[in-house]
Design a protein around this ligand. Structure first.
Ligand SMILES: Nc1ncnc2c1ncn2[C@@H]1O[C@H](COP(=O)(O)OP(=O)(O)OP(=O)(O)O)[C@@H](O)[C@H]1O
Length: 333
C-alpha cells in the first residue's frame, strides 16, 4: 500500500506539488492524471525516493520512505518518464545489469531475467542492442527493469508516451497482466489511457488534487456538471460574488464575450447544484444573469476544463509561501 500524506515539493517559490494526500490500496491500479507540468513526475520521484519532499511523508506498507529508504525501495519498481536505458547494451545484458544493481542473488538471476522477459514479451529482442529497438520495445525493456527483483509495487510514469496505437494497446495489455500481481500507480495526461486500465483515478493540476474516484464515478460526477452563465456587470464584482459561493471547483471563461457581459462555465465535482446559490450571490452583487443552462460534457471535456488553469483564473492559489531554495536543488533547475 502507498500512503502519501501532505506531500509538498517547493522549487524556489513554485510549489510543484502542493499538499497532496492519497492512498493506493494493495492490489489496485491507480491512475495519476494531469496535464503537462501538473506535478505527476515530481510526486512519483518522491514516492520512489529519488527526490526528497520539502514536507510531508510517503509510507510504503507502513514504512516511512525517508526513514528506511533502502528497505522501501526494494518493494518498488520504477519506470521513470525517461527510463535510464543504456543504448549500447543488449537487452539481456541490461537486465542482468539491473538485477545486479538491485542485488538480486546471482543464483536467481537467470530464472528471473527469463521470466520477466517472457512476461514483458521482449524475448525476441533479447540479443539486440537497446539503441536499435523501437520506442514500444524500449518502454517494455524499461518495465522489465522496473520488475526486476519482483517488487510488489510498480510506479510507471507515462508508460505509453510516444508509442503508436498498436504499441499503446500492447502496453495496456502488459499493465493489465501486471495488475494481477502488483499494486500499480501509473501516470498519464490522457484521460482515455487511464480510464482503460485503472480501478481509480487521481486527477491533479498545479500540484493539487482536484478529484479522486473510480472512472465510473468520475464520469457520473464530472461529466455533465458544467453550468454555463452569461452575466451582466463588472468582471471584478462578478468574480467577487462567485467567490462567495461554496462548491465551485473551477471556472472556465468564454473566449468571446459581448460588451459588459461575462460568459463562463462553473464546475462542481461533487454533483452540487449551484444554480440557486449562484443566482442569489449575483443578485446580491447587482449582476443580472442573462443566461444560465446546464452543459452536457464528456469526461474528457470535463477533465480538460478542470485542468485548463481555470482555478488560477478564478483566483486559486498557485504557489505556496515563498521559501528559500535548498542548496542541493539549485543545479536541478
Ligand atoms: N528540478 C526542477 N526544478 C524546478 N522546477 C521543476 C523541477 N522539476 C519540475 N519542476 C516544475 O514542477 C512542475 C511539475 O513538474 P512535473 O514534471 O512533476 O510535471 P508532470 O505532471 O510530470 O508533467 P509532464 O507530463 O510534462 O512531465 C512544473 O512546473 C515543472 O516545471
Amino acid at each position: 500500500m502507498i500512503e502519501v500524506k501532505n506531500l509538498v515539493k517547493q522549487y524556489g517559490n513554485h510549489a510543484a506539488v502542493d499538499d497532496l494526500s492519497f492512498t493506493v490500496e494493495t492490489g489496485k491500479v491507480v491512475g495519476f492524471l494531469g496535464p503537462n507540468g501538473a506535478g505527476k513526475s515530481t510526486t512519483m520521484n518522491m514516492i520512489t525516493g529519488y527526490i526528497a519532499p520539502t514536507s510531508g511523508i510517503v509510507l510504503i506498507d507502513g514504512v516511512d520512505m525517508e526513514e528506511e529508504p533502502e528497505q522501501v525501495r526494494k518493494n518498488i519498481g520504477y519506470l521513470p518518464e525517461n527510463p535510464p536505458l543504456y543504448p549500447d547494451m543488449r537487452v539481456r545484458e541490461y537486465l542482468y545489469f539491473v538485477a545486479e544493481l538491485k542485488k538480486v542473488p546471482r543464483k536467481d538471476r537467470d530464472v528471473m531475467v527469463n521470466e520477466i522477459m517472457n512476461r514483458t514479451k521482449i524475448v525476441d529482442v533479447s540479443e539486440r542492442l537497446i539503441r536499435h529497438l523501437s520506442k514500444g520495445y524500449k518502454q517494455r525493456v524499461g518495465v522489465a527493469g522496473a520488475m526486476m527483483g519482483y517488487p510488489e509495487i510498480l510506479i510507471l510514469d507515462e508508460p505509453t508516451v510516444g508509442l503508436d496505437p498498436n504499441q499503446i494497446i500492447q502496453m495496456r495489455e502488459l499493465i493489465r497482466d501486471l495488475s494481477e500481481s502488483h499494486t500499480i500507480l501509473l501516470s498519464s495526461h490522457i484521460m482515455q489511457e487511464i480510464s482503460a486500465v485503472c480501478d481509480e483515478i487521481i486527477i491533479i493540476n498545479e500540484g493539487k488534487m482536484i478529484a479522486c474516484d473510480t472512472p465510473d464515478n468520475l464520469t457520473m460526477h464530472m461529466a455533465s456538471n458544467g453550468l454555463h452563465l452569461v452575466i451582466k456587470g463588472d468582471v471584478p464584482v462578478i468574480k467577487g460574488a462567485l467567490r462567495t459561493v461554496s462548491g465551485i471547483k473551477n471556472v472556465v471563461y468564454d473566449e468571446q464575450m459581448e460588451e459588459e457581459t461575462l460568459g463562463l462555465t462553473l464546475y462542481s465535482i461533487d454533483k452540487k447544484d449551484l444554480r440557486e446559490d449562484v443566482f442569489f450571490a449575483l443578485a446580491e452583487a447587482g449582476c443580472p444573469i442573462l443566461e444560465m443552462h446546464r452543459q452536457e460534457t464528456t469526461l474528457e471535456e470535463a477533465f480538460i476544463a478542470l485542468t485548463k488553469g481555470g482555478s488560477r483564473q478564478f483566483g486559486g492559489k498557485k504557489t505556496a509561501e515563498k521559501q528559500t531554495k535548498p542548496e542541493d536543488e539549485k543545479e536541478e533547475e
